[in-house]
Design a protein around this ligand. Structure first.
Ligand SMILES: [Zn+2]
Length: 164
């Protein structure tokens, strides 16, 4: 770790403890050069994961962006802030489980779509229209038709189970 006071890379860890409810670790360190003490928060995913965009540009993984995407799609919908947090965390956890170094950005978009689909169709359509960049109104109506069909199918399924 680079000392924030003198820039030395030589330090000693005095204490390490996990930060509650996250994968982060808080470390108390002492610089061996200037003897000053400082604290670091280390999150393994921050250093490990890179997002690869469709044009091959790379950027560090940022969980805040997932949260912001979900939150934007759910704006003014009857969805609890807690539900939005849960969706964002479970997307992040899935990504951490499935990817080690690089995540294609379209996978993140797809995961957000899947979660929104289960929670709120309006939010889903909103996110899809931005994410998939529906090129014209026909694309959009196609998506709506598809949703309607799937919705009817699931309604029929529930109706059937009820009569059984
Ligand atoms: Zn120092």
């Amino acid at each position: 770790m680079k000392c924030p006071f003198c820039g030395s890379l030589e330090d000693q860890v005095l204490d390490s403890r996990p930060v509650e409810d996250t994968s982060a670790i808080r470390r108390r360190r002492e610089c061996l050069e200037c003897k000053k003490r400082y604290t670091t928060f280390e999150r393994p995913e921050d250093v490990a994961l890179t997002v690869v965009k469709s044009d091959n540009r790379r950027e560090p993984f940022d969980r805040q962006k997932i949260w912001a995407g979900v939150d934007r799609a759910c704006r003014k919908r009857p969805i609890a802030a807690e539900t939005i947090d849960k969706m964002a965390s479970s997307i992040e956890n899935e990504l951490m489980d499935e990817y080690v170094m690089e995540i294609p950005s379209n996978i993140i978009g797809q995961k957000i779509l899947n979660k929104l689909y289960d929670v709120d169709l309006v939010a889903y359509i909103r996110f899809a229209s931005v994410y998939r960049k529906f090129s014209d109104i026909d694309d959009f109506t196609d998506e709506l038709k598809k949703l309607k069909k799937e919705h009817l199918k699931s309604q029929k399924k529930t109706a059937k189970t009820k009569t059984l």
